[in-house]
Design a protein around this ligand. Sequence first.
Ligand code: R1P
Ligand code: URA
Length: 245
Amino acid sequence: MDNIHLNKVDAADLGEVTLLVGDPARVELISSDWEQSKLISKNREFILVSGIWKGKRVSICSTGIGAGSTEIATIELIQSGAKKFVRLGGCGAWSDMLSPGDLLLNHAMVRDPGMLHQYVSDVYPAAADPALLATIQSQAERNGLNVHTGIGMTTQSYYLGQSREHGVKNGPQPDQSFMNYWKERHILNCEMESAVLFILASLYQIPAANCLVVHVSRMNDQWVPDEDYRELHKEAAKIVLDACI
Ligand SMILES: O=P(O)(O)O[C@H]1O[C@H](CO)[C@@H](O)[C@H]1O
Ligand SMILES: O=c1cc[nH]c(=O)[nH]1
């Protein structure tokens, strides 16, 4: 079946693993480190590049932000022949155990009620592939990195849905009790795509995991500087690709 958002993608164009990143700029940032790279598809927020990393074919595609666009990218990549996914993204830390710049692998995500209920009932877990997660964890440890694992949260909202202040005063304001509720239940981090990937990948029997860089600590609002953040994503991509090939 033809894709509606990605352009025509042949299965042979896709690598052994497809990295999924939220930010389209991260596609060029990461694939510029590869031995070869070729643009396969570019439309809206979805940029798909395939190339060669250490002699093996690999791919990277941007999903944009949030559940809707991630569902589109994941489904269209699966129907195009994608074999394995790792979301390489950013997140906010909701635990004192994490510092800005740390690397984190989630084995499962809490998600908003109703997210992907058209595919499966809300009681279905949003869980990573355990073998793929273990491989990435070992590779990170071999590289001397202290990588955290735990349960995270995927939300459909960046501001009020993550108890985050905004500058608009004549309307609804964030409520810290939401974040406090989940902190008490040891949720480590929050972002906006992993649960969508985990659920769809489990339902359609494709291994999937995530590898997230902590962009900000929500404990003290400390952010990673932009240049460091880009370097951390490049390092994380190398770890994930080495683990997957
Ligand atoms: O850096 P990416 O991968 O986009 O991930 C995080 O950053 C975005 C919010 O700024 C959301 O997409 C969130 O999940
Ligand atoms: O706090 C954060 C940081 C990155 N992405 C999110 O969704 N939330």
